[in-house]
Design a protein around this ligand. Structure first.
Ligand SMILES: [Ca+2]
Length: 379
């Protein structure tokens, strides 16, 4: 609805799938031909180094395993593949979604994930971030972090870390990260929680901030949240090696009126360097540094140093993963501004799943991106 690039999930598997395999060597062609003949998959040698193999739906998993099994690592790694539902010539669109055999295999394993997104089998839960020095029985709540929860076809909760790494390996990270961001906005607006909302955001899930983030920005406006109440928490910063990309994201969020936090900043050089270069509104200290900090002078020193640098850059500090009273007291003493963790509250489910009808009515009432862009000047 808002961003065609991030929202489209390519379809690769049909009731009868034709796999067009572009193999790196003639030896690889021979191996796949033998495998297909042995397993009785209809096969055609389309041209030099391209085979078309027809596979019925129930056989897709087997076929992908056999393909992996008959080729050695580099051959499998060098195999490109696209699919079609018909044996006729490939269309431009089918050529355009050519991928590697490896990604296609992951995509097959991630079918439940694409379906869960399609069927909206997900929710956002919230965990409070409290002001340091708060009484644990009645803490002063500053904000809530939204935590994405996705379910498989049996409604079993899938660990989010697993879902996100599978999405990354199968080219679904763009779609999943956008889905999670939008879900955070929808469930936060529905739960009617007070204070700010922190929304996790993976910088490698977008190409161009000004274009890709409009979707999230307009969802926020349409659902009646103020940008000032929304803080994007940038995760996986240790893997971001393109500083200009990160800077572009921060400047987009800032110019649209949102807050920005850096997640999981630790003791390493890159964390401190990011803090100085990006000057975020908030920084979250890595849980590793928090656990048992009351008994560890080394960790206390690092955190003290981190807080000093943050102060200098006018960045507020959040300590997460607090599990004990002693940790909460130590972090307050060291000067952290806010605390988050099981000691105060676990992530909580605030409302039932948003139904398809309800979601539809939310979307019906929203304006298309072109209008939102004009109204809020996101361009
Ligand atoms: Ca986080």
């Amino acid at each position: 609805m808002w961003c065609a690039e991030c929202e489209s999930i390519d379809e690769y598997f049909y009731s009868n799938t034709y796999f067009w395999l572009f193999l790196p060597t003639s030896e690889a062609i021979d191996k796949v031909t033998k495998m297909a003949e042995y397993a009785k998959y209809p096969l055609e040698n389309v041209e030099h180094r391209c085979l078309r193999v027809q596979v019925e739906q129930g056989q897709t998993g087997n076929f992908l395993n056999q393909l992996n099994g008959c080729l050695d690592g580099p051959e499998f790694g060098g195999t490109k593949v696209t699919t079609s539902a018909q044996p006729s010539q490939l269309s431009i669109e089918e050529i355009g979604r050519m991928t590697t055999a490896e990604v296609l295999t992951r995509r097959y394993q991630a079918q439940w994930l694409a379906q869960a997104m399609d069927k909206h089998s997900y929710e956002s839960w919230f965990q409070p971030i409290v002001r340091a020095g708060s009484d644990v029985t009645d803490p002063s709540i500053f904000a809530h972090e939204s935590l994405f929860r996705i379910f498989d076809a049996n409604e079993s909760l899938i660990p989010p870390g697993f879902a996100f790494s599978l999405a990354e390996q199968s080219n679904l990270l763009f779609a999943l990260d956008l889905t999670a961001r939008r879900s955070a906005v929808e469930y936060f607006s529905r739960a009617k929680l007070k204070g700010k909302v922190f929304i996790n955001f993976n910088p490698s899930s977008i190409y161009d901030p000004a274009y890709c983030l409009r979707a999230t920005a307009s969802a926020i406006n349409e659902l009646g949240l103020k940008p000032a109440d929304v803080v994007f928490e940038i995760v996986e910063t240790h893997r971001a090696n393109d500083m200009n990309h990160l800077k572009g994201i921060l400047s987009f969020y800032r110019s649209s009126g949102f807050g920005v936090a850096l997640d999981d900043i630790g003791s390493g050089w890159s964390g401190l360097n990011l803090l100085e270069q990006l000057r975020p509104d908030y920084v979250k200290i890595d849980m590793e540094l928090i656990s048992d900090i009351d008994e560890n002078a080394y960790k206390q020193n690092i955190v003290k140093h981190l807080i000093q640098i943050a102060r200098k850059n006018r960045t507020e500090v959040i300590a997460e993963g607090i599990e004990t009273e002693a940790e909460a007291e130590m972090l307050t003493e060291l000067g952290a501004d806010y605390l988050q963790g099981y000691y105060f509250a676990k992530p909580k489910r605030y409302s039932d799943r948003i139904s398809a009808e309800e979601r539809e009515s939310i979307y019906q009432s929203t304006r298309p991106i072109e209008e939102a862009k004009k109204a809020h000047q996101f361009s």
